[in-house]
Write a protein that binds this ligand. Structure first.
Ligand SMILES: Nc1ncnc2c1ncn2[C@@H]1O[C@H](COP(=O)(O)OP(=O)(O)OP(=O)(O)O)[C@@H](O)[C@H]1O
Length: 280
């Protein structure tokens, strides 16, 4: 692999991943895509569509069975932090403090820097008062926040969240998403894997996987509502073609269009929804 050049995108070119079984079945691919420095990428798809395989590839964790070309660009040669569905699967320490300390030690941060850096990240994640609690004293959401804190501690240029909220209640889910947004606001590229379309970052790009390939790569509005310059009766929206159900709000947007209650582009952002709801 080439030496990373900081502003270069992460690039996959005709990349496929083959399984290790005797028939060497192709799991995903061939896939070509680029992720820019600081980008937020929503990655969606039904069960078994290949999201996790692609997400692990983007994180630099899966290269076994890979054929094709890739360059990690701004993300560098080190694997990127990867937050999984179940925090228990990725926690090494006994407490949030230990977890973040381990992450920083592993990255080679000097001993005198570790404690202040760990305290800062634990403060940001809201875990400072729980920092010495053992996992059995914490909720699933708090354990997931500890996993996010450890992932964020190294200030990596890219973090992958693989269905990181799917086991959490709404409050914890929102907290994890807020933390991801805050990291993104500081320049970290985020790959946000989800099957919950209400979690899509509305102004970001979305890639939808189906059968191991990219079925859609574009903006959220077109993904949910289809190409609005065409006759709405022309066909289903890309998200439905990928086997995913429209989230409640988008279904409401479709209904408002059908009733001619809204002339402007179908709403996806908070401000657009405010405008539409004020019109009703
Ligand atoms: N190492 C492997 N060898 C063979 N098949 C695999 C391997 N890893 C994954 N698969 C298969 O490849 C397909 C894609 O799996 P992947 O986990 O990437 O999908 P996913 O969209 O993340 O699904 P889920 O949402 O259920 O986690 C699945 O059918 C899976 O069973």
């Amino acid at each position: 692999m080439r030496k990373p050049i900081l502003s270069e995108p992460l690039e996959l070119s005709d990349l496929s991943i083959y399984g290790s079984s005797e028939d060497s079945k192709r799991i995903i691919g061939p896939i070509s895509l680029t992720v820019a420095q600081g980008e937020w990428l929503n990655l969606v798809g039904v069960n078994g569509s290949g999201k996790t395989t692609l997400a692990r590839l983007l994180a630099g964790l899966t290269m076994e069975g890979a054929a094709g070309e890739w360059s990690r660009g701004f993300a560098g040669d080190m694997p990127s932090p990867y937050v999984m569905q179940q925090p228990e699967a990725q926690l090494f320490g006994e407490t949030p403090r230990e977890e973040v300390h381990f992450a920083l030690e592993w990255l080679g941060v000097s001993a005198q820097e570790i404690a202040p850096r760990a305290d800062r990240i634990l403060q940001e994640t809201g875990l400072l008062s729980l920092t010495d609690c053992t996992w059995d004293q914490l909720s699933g959401g708090q354990r997931q926040l500890a996993a996010v804190a450890a992932a964020a501690a190294g200030e990596a240029p890219l973090i992958v969240f693989d269905e990181a909220t799917s086991m959490l209640d709404d409050r914890s889910s929102r907290r994890v998403q807020q933390l991801a947004r805050s990291l993104h606001g500081k320049g970290t590229a985020v790959v946000w894997v989800t099957q919950r379309l209400h979690e899509l970052e509305p102004s970001a790009r979305v890639i939808a996987m189906l059968g191991g390939g990219i079925q859609y790569d574009g903006r959220v509005r077109e993904f949910l509502y289809g190409d609005e310059s065409r006759d709405p009766a022309a066909g289903t929206a890309p998200c439905e073609r990928c086997g995913l159900r429209l989230p409640y709000l988008a279904a409401l947007g479709v209904e408002l269009k059908r009733l001619d209650r809204d002339e402007s582009p179908s709403p996806v952002t908070v401000d657009e929804w405010r405008r539409v709801l004020n019109l009703l």
